[in-house]
Write a protein that binds this ligand. Structure first.
Ligand SMILES: NC(=O)C1=CN([C@@H]2O[C@H](COP(=O)(O)OP(=O)(O)OC[C@H]3O[C@@H](n4cnc5c(N)ncnc54)[C@H](O)[C@@H]3O)[C@@H](O)[C@H]2O)C=CC1
Ligand SMILES: O=C(O)C(=O)Cc1ccc(O)cc1
Length: 307
């Protein structure tokens, strides 16, 4: 890994976790950071998320070998424009955004003279801001890298080595394929969670508080997902519109099939579907991708207080 100085733009969950992970796993690298929110900059400095918290994005990137944008998807283009004049010619530009085609386009247009290799660590929690980050977020998680057709292979291998050093398993794919896969594995589940929690809340008048009172099991899991950052998720759906709409269409058809099975009393269809999905859950756990492990989703300081 040959990035001596790494600049992180956006010091929330992702940016903070990268800063802390670099200090733990790549201690020889120097980190600089910038966040548009002054309160986030102050908190980032208190938590030492990066070695140097800068007062401008330009200052943060001036000596960087790698810049990683960790801002909401809709802010990537604006954030990139702010560093254009200060960015050294050799600097590799990357990001961690949850959608890839639209972000690759925005970054490429804002920084036409630089190599941009987008990436997406498929690792996160419902928490956001500078208190949310923790060094082990990426351990044993996938990081999907979506290089452009014409890419400097040395720079690509350096970015792959960077994410592997932080503990991630790296997969390479096209931005379009990434967006289709993540639409079904991540974006649609969030949309469903936002919907079901909203629907249940709308029913509060009828149920007189019972939704909250009896929110055991399944509903509680949905409320965790539905607590995710509104700005980020607004931007995810708007930046991955086509793939999400395609998957939503498929989902609606499958939901209607189950609705029919319930209405006509088709026990076999219900049982077969639930048996199939149970096997999927078990295979995810066998692959070690189980988020219910005790330390996951909490900052290290939090995990230490409540082991
Ligand atoms: N939350 C999650 O679980 C995951 C998020 N991502 C992606 O990572 C990116 C960041 O997400 P989080 O870290 O969760 O969000 P966050 O809300 O924790 O942090 C984003 C930070 O960016 C700052 N910011 C906004 N506009 C800016 C600008 N123009 N310049 C500088 N700073 C700016 C905000 O003040 C905030 O501190 C998003 O693109 C998201 O799609 C990727 C994987 C997982
Ligand atoms: O908290 C959860 O369950 C998540 O799904 C986290 C997450 C959110 C967005 C991503 O792009 C990747 C991972």
């Amino acid at each position: 890994m040959t990035f001596a100085t790494i600049a992180i733009i956006g010091l929330g969950l992702q940016g903070g976790s990268i800063g802390l992970a670099v200090r733990e796993y790549l201690p020889e690298a120097r980190t600089t950071g910038y966040d548009i929110n002054p309160a986030h900059r102050a908190r980032a400095a208190e938590r030492r998320l990066v070695d140097t918290v800068c007062d401008s994005a330009a200052e943060a990137v001036r000596q960087a070998d790698l810049v990683i944008f960790c801002v909401p998807p809709g802010a990537m283009g604006i954030a990139a424009e702010q560093i254009r004049a200060a960015l050294p010619a050799h600097t590799l530009v990357s990001d961690v955004g949850s959608s890839k085609e639209a972000i690759a386009k925005a970054l490429g247009e804002a920084l036409p003279d630089h190599l941009v290799i987008p990436a997406h660590p498929v690792a996160g929690t419902e928490n956001s801001g500078p208190d949310a980050g923790f060094a082990h977020l990426f351990r044993n998680r996938w990081c999907i890298v979506t290089p452009p057709d014409k890419v400097d292979m040395l720079k690509l291998s350096e970015l792959v080595a960077f994410w592997e050093a932080l503990g991630a398993n790296v997969e390479i794919m096209t931005p379009a394929h990434h967006d289709l896969v993540l639409a079904v594995t991540s974006h649609l589940p969030h949309l469903i969670a936002y919907t079901i929690v909203g629907t249940a809340s709308d029913l509060e008048d009828v149920t007189q508080g019972e939704v909250i009172k009896y929110s055991a099991g399944g509903f509680r899991d949905f409320t965790r997902i539905a607590a995710s950052d509104p700005t980020m998720w607004r931007d995810v759906f708007l930046s991955n519109r086509e793939a999400v709409l395609t998957m939503l269409q498929r989902f609606t058809e499958d939901l209607t099939a189950l609705q029919r099975a319930i209405r006509v009393g088709d026990a076999d269809t219900l049982f077969d579907q639930f048996t199939r999905t149970r096997a999927i859950r078990r295979s995810i756990i066998e692959e070690g991708q189980d988020d219910s492990r005790p330390d996951f989703g909490r900052g290290d300081h939090e995990a230490a207080k409540n082991p």
